[in-house]
Design a protein around this ligand. Structure first.
Ligand SMILES: Cc1ncc(COP(=O)(O)O)c(C=O)c1O
Length: 377
């Protein structure tokens, strides 16, 4: 029988399970016929930085021109901000863009990438797209088991990715734990510290009197096998523009630049990023609201006897007594989009993003109604 184009697709690509995003607001509104609030994708509930919006408007007049392929102006600004050299910064279309480049640069079939179970859903996806093996190490009490991860590294390991704080559990490990972990990793294994939620984590860590991260110190010291990922999608409120960056070894980043799709950072994205990093007010308001919201929500969860994991990020992981997909569906009928973690392989867990005080109240009202549990006086 004659083969078709589809028959030529390799087995490891056929086996891929695609990314499952939070439900877009308009789709949920169409399905439920009511106004929705979206608390499913850890976006900024206050919207984008107003300074970034203004910069986007101005940049719109220049979108007939190709962007600066290296986003040099933004690179310089980020280097100055983190006290790094420009060559130690690599910018791409979101952390996802960087994960894709790094997988294509470092992994081949027969090698592996290690992370934790119940971690960011894109890590296995980018690894398996290459035909490499993904190893997810069991957690210890909803937190990364760094000892077990270090013990899993072997000759074929090329990359270890640590989400800190972790998505979806919201848990973090501190700077000393990172240091102890790094001391156990061979020099030929790249350790990716994915710090997408760093602004929130830093704030929580200060409140708790611990040190969140010294990741940039490794980069400054020229440690070749550490790569730090940051994004504009969370505290800066620019998830829709697709902008993230990696900080690491200049030689590695020069190779990343060859692998990256040309012009992947748009004129508009670079302008927005430049304005957003200067918008200290927006970030402060966002992280302060988040810490207050986390405390309020944790108190409410406790009142109705729901198990929720204390967060260091802008979302909370909790478990329900029913199928998570069905629960998320019922929440949608109440006007609130939350994330079922069933696609992560966790059948009864939900992740809710922390919203404005009003959104948190609407969420809690719906939750209380669905769980039908009496609030203790
Ligand atoms: C741990 C983690 N890393 C990376 C990302 C993706 O970030 P970006 O929007 O920059 O691609 C997310 C988004 O949810 C995340 O949770």
């Amino acid at each position: 029988m004659k083969k078709t184009v589809l028959d030529q697709i390799p087995e490891h690509i056929r086996a891929l399970v695609g990314y499952v995003p939070g439900k877009p607001m308009r789709q949920a509104q169409r399905e439920s016929g009511k106004t929705m609030i979206k608390m499913a994708s850890n976006e900024n509930p206050f919207g984008p930085s107003p300074l970034a919006v203004e910069a986007i408007r101005t940049a719109a007049a220049e979108v007939n021109l190709y962007p600066d392929n290296d986003a040099s102006e933004l690179r310089q600004a980020l280097a100055a901000r983190h006290q790094l050299a420009e060559e130690q910064i690599f910018i791409a279309d979101g952390s996802l863009g960087i994960l894709d480049v790094l997988a294509r640069t470092l992994l081949v079939p027969g090698t592996n990438c290690i992370s934790s179970e119940r971690s960011f859903i894109s890590y296995p996806l980018v690894t398996r797209t290459i035909g490499a093996q993904f190893i997810d190490v069991p957690m210890k009490q909803d937190t990364y088991d760094l000892d077990a991860i270090a013990a899993t590294i072997h000759e074929q390991t090329r990359v270890v990715i640590l989400a800190n704080p972790n998505n979806p559990t919201g848990t973090m490990f501190d700077a000393d734990a990172t240091e102890a972990f790094l001391s156990r990793v061979p020099e030929n294994v790249l350790v990716v510290l994915d710090e997408a939620y760093s602004d929130f984590a830093e704030y929580f860590a200060r409140q708790r009197g611990i040190t969140y991260s010294r990741s940039f110190e490794y980069v400054r010291a020229g440690r070749q096998n550490v790569l730090v990922l940051r994004t504009f999608s969370k505290a800066h409120g620019l998830a829709g523009i697709r902008l993230g960056y990696a900080c690491g070894d200049p030689e590695l980043l020069r190779i990343f630049a060859r692998v990256r799709n040309s012009f992947s950072i748009s004129v508009v994205a670079e302008a927005a990023g430049l304005a957003a990093i200067r918008d200290e007010n927006h970030i402060r308001k966002t992280v302060e609201n988040n810490a207050i919201g986390a405390k309020w929500l944790m108190e409410r969860f406790a009142e109705i006897g729901i198990h929720a994991v204390p967060t260091s990020a802008n979302f909370i992981y909790f478990t329900v007594d029913e199928d998570a997909g069905a629960f998320a569906h019922r929440m949608q009928a109440e006007g609130v989009i939350v994330r079922s973690l069933a696609p992560w392989g966790i059948p009864n867990a939900i992740r809710v993003s922390i919203g404005t005080p009003e959104q948190n109240e609407i969420f809690f009202r719906a939750l209380k109604k669905l769980t039908r549990q009496a609030v203790t006086p």
